[in-house]
Design a protein around this ligand. Structure first.
Ligand code: NDP
Length: 294
C-alpha cells in the first residue's frame, strides 16, 4: 500500500513558518503583511475559497481585505480597485479571484496588478521570470506541488515527471518549476494533454505523476509505473446520494487502484488543496518582506 502524502500536515508546517515570519516582520519593521482580495460575482466555490483565504490571513496575523463586487461590475471598476491597491502601502499582495465574469477581460485585469504584489504568481512578468529561472512569485498550486514532493522526501531531481494537463494555472507552471536547474527541481519533464492518443503510454513512464486534467478518477492503477509517486491535483464533485451534501470530492486519479501500485500518493481532499492557501500565505509574507526591504 502506498504512503499517503499528507497535504494538510505539510500545509500546517508551512503556515507555522509563515506565522513566525509575520511576527518577526512586525517586530523588526512594524509591518503587518496585507492581502487584498477581489471577488466578482456569486460563484459558491469562489466565495468559499475567498473566505478560506481571509481566515488563513487572520490565523497567521496578517491583514486582509476582501472586496465583493456584483457580477454586473464593470472591468473599469475592477481595474480601479486593483490600481488603488497597487498604490496602497498597507497592501503587499493583491489577488483577483478567478474566473471573472465573461464581460471582464481577465488578461487586462491580471496585467494591471503590480508584479511585486502578484502573490498568485500569474502576472506575465512573474510567469516569464519563472520560465527563465529568475526570482519571482511562483503560482500557488504549482509551488505547493513542489513543496509537497520535497517535504515528503520525494525530491524530483533526476526523476521523470509526467504532468497531465497544460493549463496556465497548473500544468504549464508546474512543468516549468520542476524542470528548472535548481534545488527541489531538476526533473526530466513530459507534459501530456488531450492530443495524447494513448495517455497510459505516457503515465506508465512516470517516476512522479502529476494529474491535473479535471477528469474524475481518469487515471487508474493500471496506468501507473509500480513504485511511482502520484500527486493528484484534481478536485471534482461527483454525485453521492449517501453524502449529506449529495456529492463527494474525488481527484483525477482512481485512488483505490492507484494506491495498490504507487509508492506514495496524495489524497483528495487533503493533498494538494490545502497547499494552495499555505503557498499564498507564504507569497504574501514574501511580498511584504521584499517591498519593505527596498
Ligand atoms: P483545465 O480544465 O484548465 O485544464 C485541464 C488540462 O487537462 C488541459 O490541458 C487538457 O488538455 C487536459 N486534459 C483534459 N482531459 C484530458 C484527458 N482525457 N487526457 C489528457 N489530458 C486531458 O484544468 P485546471 O488545470 O484548471 O485544473 C485541473 C484540475 O485541478 C481540476 O480538477 C481543478 O479543479 C483542479 N485544481 C485544483 C487546485 C487545488 O488547489 N488543488 C487548484 C487548481 C485546479 P487540452 O489542453 O488539450 O484541452
Amino acid at each position: 500500500m502506498a504512503q499517503i502524502i499528507d497535504g494538510k500536515l505539510i500545509a500546517e508546517q508551512i503556515k507555522a513558518e509563515v506565522r513566525v515570519g509575520v511576527s518577526l516582520l512586525l517586530k523588526e519593521r512594524q509591518v503587518r503583511p496585507g492581502l487584498g482580495v477581489v471577488l466578482v460575482g456569486e460563484d459558491p466555490a469562489s466565495q468559499s475559497y475567498v473566505r478560506s483565504k481571509g481566515k488563513a490571513c487572520e490565523d497567521l496575523g496578517m491583514y486582509s481585505e476582501t472586496r465583493r463586487l456584483p457580477a454586473s461590475a464593470t472591468e473599469a471598476e475592477v481595474l480601479s480597485l486593483v490600481r488603488a491597491w497597487n498604490d496602497d502601502a498597507s497592501m503587499h499582495g493583491i489577488l483577483v479571484q478567478l474566473p471573472l465574469p465573461r464581460h471582464i477581460n481577465e488578461h487586462r485585469v491580471i496585467a494591471a496588478i503590480d508584479p511585486r504584489k502578484d502573490v498568485d504568481g500569474i502576472h506575465p512578468t512573474n510567469i516569464g521570470r519563472l520560465v527563465i529561472g529568475m526570482e519571482c512569485f511562483k503560482p500557488c498550486t504549482p509551488a505547493g506541488i513542489q513543496e509537497l514532493l520535497v517535504r515528503s522526501g520525494h525530491d524530483p531531481g533526476g526523476k521523470h515527471v509526467v504532468v497531465v494537463g497544460r493549463s496556465n494555472i497548473v500544468g504549464k507552471p508546474t512543468a516549468n518549476i520542476l524542470m528548472q536547474k535548481a534545488p527541489g527541481a531538476n526533473a526530466i519533464v513530459t507534459i501530456a494533454h488531450t492530443a495524447a492518443r494513448d495517455l497510459g503510454a505516457f503515465t506508465r513512464e512516470a517516476d512522479i505523476l502529476i494529474a491535473a486534467l479535471g477528469k474524475p478518477e481518469c487515471i487508474t492503477g493500471a496506468m501507473l509505473k509500480p513504485g511511482c509517486v502520484v500527486i493528484d491535483v484534481g478536485i471534482n464533485r461527483v454525485p453521492d446520494p449517501a453524502s449529506p451534501k449529495g456529492y463527494r470530492l474525488v481527484g483525477d486519479v482512481h485512488f483505490a487502484s492507484a494506491e495498490q501500485v504507487a509508492a506514495a500518493i496524495t489524497p483528495v481532499p487533503g493533498g494538494v488543496g490545502p497547499m494552495t492557501i499555505a503557498m499564498l500565505m507564504q507569497n504574501t509574507l514574501l511580498a511584504a518582506q521584499r517591498i519593505t526591504a527596498a
